[in-house]
Write a protein that binds this ligand. Structure first.
Ligand code: PLP
Length: 390
């Protein structure tokens, strides 16, 4: 583990808990109240005018959510953070804060499909986008347009699990006056700290590893204070996609065990990936921690660990993937990932095969989220499914 690990454990366990402020509460209390009252109109006016530093209304600030925001900013080594009602709300806020009508967003490789759908939707406001499926800085540089304002990365990329070098892209973007945004959900701040590599904005879905128990939906944006202050008054307060204090409590509980869960996800997933690589019915395994992965060396220099989600491909496209998925007994079929359970799914719906091919996604792809249970049981389940589904 890198030299951030011990500090990150402390942050997850109790940084920002402010026991002295909350009557010695062992864990941060859940402030479920929607508003905060003041003794005079003058005091309220002062608070409203300086809402970032005062509790006024939970759509903006709330002590429980603020504790989560402090921890997330500290883990990313960022100056400030704001939480949102979902990962998509956070991504939308980061993008809308960064572009105006007429601007262009350049996406590096495959992004989460709803992020792509959001970018298509933003077309109606005159915001265009394009995707560079090559992950090298030279290829991306060629696709920068005069109106490119954002380079958006997700590393590893959606379903193809290619890595992006945030150091190369942040220096390229800075030369062109472009903002960089990275979706760091997969690595979590524990395994990758993109702000230290010069990236401008980190976004997270808190619904995955950070929450970690399949019981909350949330998102976060982390960046410099000036940017987050601006985003607070615009995209958070005006669009109102705030996180809930009740879910912030679940998040804080989940984060206390994050380092220890990640260690198990990492070890289990590597064992499962190695097994899959040896199975004759598997076409390829897309796990950046395997030496066979095209970005294995890059991974060693930008990541300090691997989480539990990766993909593999079988022959036969939709039918091939569905066959294997339908034979699974222990691993559940479902969307999302990052929790204790084992989950599998295919991006192939049977009608989007050509689209997947155009996006470099093998039609026989199966995404696997390896959970916290015994890896032997997961491997045995995959083995019988792959053997029986021929
Ligand atoms: N980013 C990634 C990489 C995701 O996989 C997801 C959801 O699956 C999101 C963002 C969106 O997060 P949420 O579902 O919390 O809106």
């Amino acid at each position: 583990m890198d030299n951030h690990w011990a500090q990150d454990i402390e942050i997850c366990l109790e940084y920002g808990d402010r026991r002295e402020q909350f009557g010695g509460a062992a864990v941060p209390p859940t402030f479920g109240n929607s508003l905060f009252v003041y003794e005079s109109m003058d005091a309220l006016t002062n608070a409203v005018l300086n809402e970032q530093g005062h509790y006024v209304y939970t759509r903006g600030t709330n002590p429980t959510i603020e504790t989560a925001e402090r921890k997330l900013a500290a883990l990313e080594r960022g100056e400030a953070c704001r939480c949102f009602s979902s990962g998509m709300a956070a991504i939308a806020a980061a993008l809308l804060n960064s572009v105006e009508s007429g601007d262009h967003v350049l996406c590096v490789s495959n992004l989460y499909f709803s992020t792509m759908e959001l970018l298509k939707y933003l077309g109606k406001f005159g915001i265009s986008h394009s995707v560079c499926y090559e992950t090298g800085a030279e290829a991306v540089k060629k696709q920068i347009k005069p109106n490119t304002r954002v380079i958006f990365m997700e590393s590893p990329s959606y379903m193809t699990f290619r890595l992006t070098d945030p150091r190369a892209f942040s220096s390229l973007a800075k030369k062109h006056g472009i903002r960089t945004i990275i979706d760091n959900t997969w690595a979590t701040p524990l395994f990758q700290k993109p702000l230290l590599y010069g990236v401008d904005i980190v976004v997270h879905s808190l619904s995955k590893y950070l929450g970690g128990h399949s019981d909350l939906v949330g998102g976060a944006v982390i960046s410099k204070k000036e940017l987050i202050d601006n985003l607070f008054t615009k995209e958070l307060l005006l669009m109102g996609g705030n996180f809930s204090p009740y879910e912030a409590t679940l998040l804080l509980r989940g984060m206390r065990s994050l380092p220890f869960r990640l260690e198990t996800h990492q070890a289990n997933a590597l064992k499962v990936a190695e097994f899959l690589e040896s199975h004759p019915n598997v076409k390829k395994v897309l796990h950046p921690g395997l030496p066979s992965h095209p970005d294995y060396e890059l991974g060693k220099s930008v990541l300090s660990g691997y989480s539990g989600v990766f993909a593999f491909a079988v022959h036969g496209g939709y039918r091939g993937a569905s066959h294997v998925l339908d034979h699974l007994r222990h691993i559940k079929i479902g969307v999302s990932w990052g929790s204790f359970e084992n989950l599998a799914m295919s991006p192939n719906t049977g009608s989007n095969e050509q689209q997947l091919i155009s996006e470099n996604i093998d039609p026989g792809t199966i995404r696997l989220a390896v959970g916290l249970g015994d890896s032997g049981k997961i491997i045995a389940d995959l083995e019988q499914a792959l053997d029986n589904a021929q």
